[in-house]
Design a binder for this molecule. Structure first.
Ligand code: RIB
Ligand code: CA
Length: 319
């Protein structure tokens, strides 16, 4: 029986590994977590997703260098466990972070592979590390296959992915899950606590021009990056989805860690569809408990939008 995740207030730093595929919204998640007093980012691990591994790694290094984040960056898996790779260049551009401009990159990625870093860090821990994911789950799944003993060392997963309603790649499936549905299957059948931040809540935090203007008034390095990121991201979200503001998916995971009350979750049994064609990659969330199966996840069903933007603004003030 898994219980609703609880944690002390901001007095207790939460240790996390942030696995991501920067990506414009991943960049905001890194910004939000990077200097937050409530969070200790042990490492940023990189996965192919929005763009190729080479590009997502370079983007993470550039973000950390620009924001002066002394956090190690570990390149990970360059393609899904089994299926062919898919990327999201239509949303994030050729570089994966189009619209941004950085000084020449001097920060280097670590030599250790992300999967090995995940294993080594968890095995050396007291079981107090949260695995955050804002991209495909390949690195975490591969770590679990390489060293199953890490299972009991995982405090919880807090992941941006899936939806109990509509997808954003197909009618059924969300990008982070469908991009490596087999990896998602490994995670969702593990039996460890999962907080699933899906499109159902992230599509409610749309970065309208008024939000960009609000954050721009901070007039610091974080807000300058935020404006560059959102100007491109909002344009592509308008082109692809007809939205007037881009949904800021990934930072919701970090906002949840900073203030759990920002997201309302509901315990559900969730299964990843890795068998069908039309619905391949869907997170089948048993919202009404039809299957009478033990819930294996806490799925986001609502978000306090005003509180979320306050968290984002406060997170950028730190820089
Ligand atoms: O479906 C949204 C997710 O896919 C986000 O994490 C975005 O960065 C992309 O990875
Ligand atoms: Ca992402």
């Amino acid at each position: 029986m898994i219980v609703n995740p609880t944690y002390k207030d901001n007095m207790e730093k939460q240790k996390i590994i942030l696995d991501c595929d920067p990506g414009h919204d991943d960049a905001v998640a890194i910004m939000l977590a990077g200097k937050n007093p409530a969070i200790d980012v042990l490492g940023i691990t990189i996965v192919a997703g929005n763009q190729t591994l080479e590009k997502t790694t370079k983007n993470a290094l550039n973000i950390c260098q620009y924001l002066d984040l002394n956090i190690p960056v570990y390149p990970g898996c360059g393609r899904p466990m089994i299926r062919e790779q898919m990327i999201a260049a239509d949303i994030h551009g050729v570089t994966g972070l189009d619209g941004t401009h950085f000084e020449p990159l001097t920060k280097k990625s670590e030599n250790k592979h992300a999967v090995q870093f995940i294993i080594d860090t968890l095995m050396a821990s007291d079981g107090d590390i949260t695995l955050v994911s804002t991209g495909p789950l390949t690195n975490y799944a591969m770590a679990l296959r390489l060293e199953p003993a890490i299972t009991t060392k995982i405090k919880q997963f807090v992941l941006m992915g899936g939806s109990y309603q509509l997808g954003n790649v197909t009618p059924a499936a969300e990008f982070n899950i469908i991009a490596d549905a087999d990896a998602a299957h490994v995670v969702f059948t593990l039996g460890r606590k999962i907080v699933m931040i899906g499109l159902d809540v992230t599509r409610k935090v749309l970065c309208y021009p008024s939000i960009v203007e609000r954050m721009g008034k901070l007039n610091n390095k974080a807000s300058k990056l935020f404006i560059d990121l959102m100007n491109f991201y909002n344009h592509s979200q308008k082109e692809v989805f007809g939205l007037d503001g881009g949904p800021l998916h990934d930072p919701v995971t970090i906002a949840y860690l900073i203030d759990q009350s920002v997201v309302t979750t509901k315990a559900m049994y969730t299964e990843i569809d890795i068998r069908s064609t039309q619905s391949y990659g869907r997170t089948n969330c048993d919202y009404f408990g039809y299957l009478k199966k033990e819930p294996n996840s806490f799925v986001g069903i609502d978000i306090d939008v005003d509180k979320f933007w306050d968290i984002i603004e406060n997170g950028m003030k730190i820089y």
